[in-house]
Design a protein. Sequence first.
Length: 404
Amino acid sequence: MSGPARLLLAFSQALSSMRFYAEGHPARERAIQAAFEEMLALLNDDPAPRFTFVEGEAVYHRHLLRELKDWEWASRFESIGVQRIEFDRNVTIEEFDRFLADMLDRLNGSADWNTVGRQFAPTSIRYGAVGFRAGSTASAAAELNGSRMSLSLETEIETVEWIHGEVRDQHALPMLEAEVVVRSLAIAIHQESQIVLPLLRLKEFDQYTTTHSCNVAVLATAFAEFLGFDESTARSLGVCGLLHDIGKVWIPRDILNKPGRLTPVERGVIEQHPIEGARILIEREQCLDLAAIVSFEHHRWVDGRGYPNAGHGHGCHHASNIVQVCDVFDALCTDRPYRPGMPPDLALAEIEAERGSHFDPELVDTFGRMIRGSLLRFTPIAESRRAASPGRPPADLASAEAFT
């Protein structure tokens, strides 16, 4: 059995012992010490272990722990709001004791203000909802009360970059990790009573495809829910948004990040990405028929223009129309090498000007209501770098379409 699996089993054994034996009982202390030693052993091999619990599965970094396929504690951890656990190398036995005590309180339904203070004392163990970090006792109280927490989606960006690399270099599509990212983003949307749309700002222009994929997944998930789809369908549309541009993994970066106008040959390369994306999704996963359709159709306009196969004579799938609105909105809001991003209200105005020609008019109207009634929270993952060349052309739908 792998070290990560042994550690999780030791956790569950320690928590079980803590439930049955009083503090100071030898059996309880042995179980805690055994779990702590398993953690130290894992830290010798990995200085920053990270576990994620999603849909009853335990994931170590980006790998499913198949040895724990029927391990019921993954679902238990999810049920108490612990979807991720991370450790640093300098963890102490005192910190480990506090961690286990808080986990036990949560499992027993007795988390209180002492529990909150215990978790957010300085510690080398971090745990809570996927995609979030808390930085103070006030933030801890907010977590338990469903209020605001600070966003940190860098792990999700790293995972999407890794997914793209696996597709490009290994010809593999890690679907579990894609679903974990979408679940993480869905959690981020619902951390407040108002809809929160945590959209990422670029770190560097060559990260556009990964940050854009996360943003479209956020928007597509929220939009699907706003339209009244159930949770499962909303997540499926989130996966479609996350993977809609997967065909771009084959496009050279000098074309993707070109600051000037594309040549006809370069535009032809760009316009192959919907076809390549659909092919990748169909070849890698039989369950991704809808995502393949969205990838193929997300640049087709409702009036028959667009690509590929403009003038095809039949309408696009409803999911494609949904993702297309989200796709162009984020593209217009994002800084690009050839132009700055638009404010959200101007991006909406551009989209609304194309209702009925580029976009489904009813979807545009509903999307506008969602955006205007939501809290848009743009989170920089680092200082954005804009091209310094003067006279950049204004943002428009044609340029956005070429690069989304």
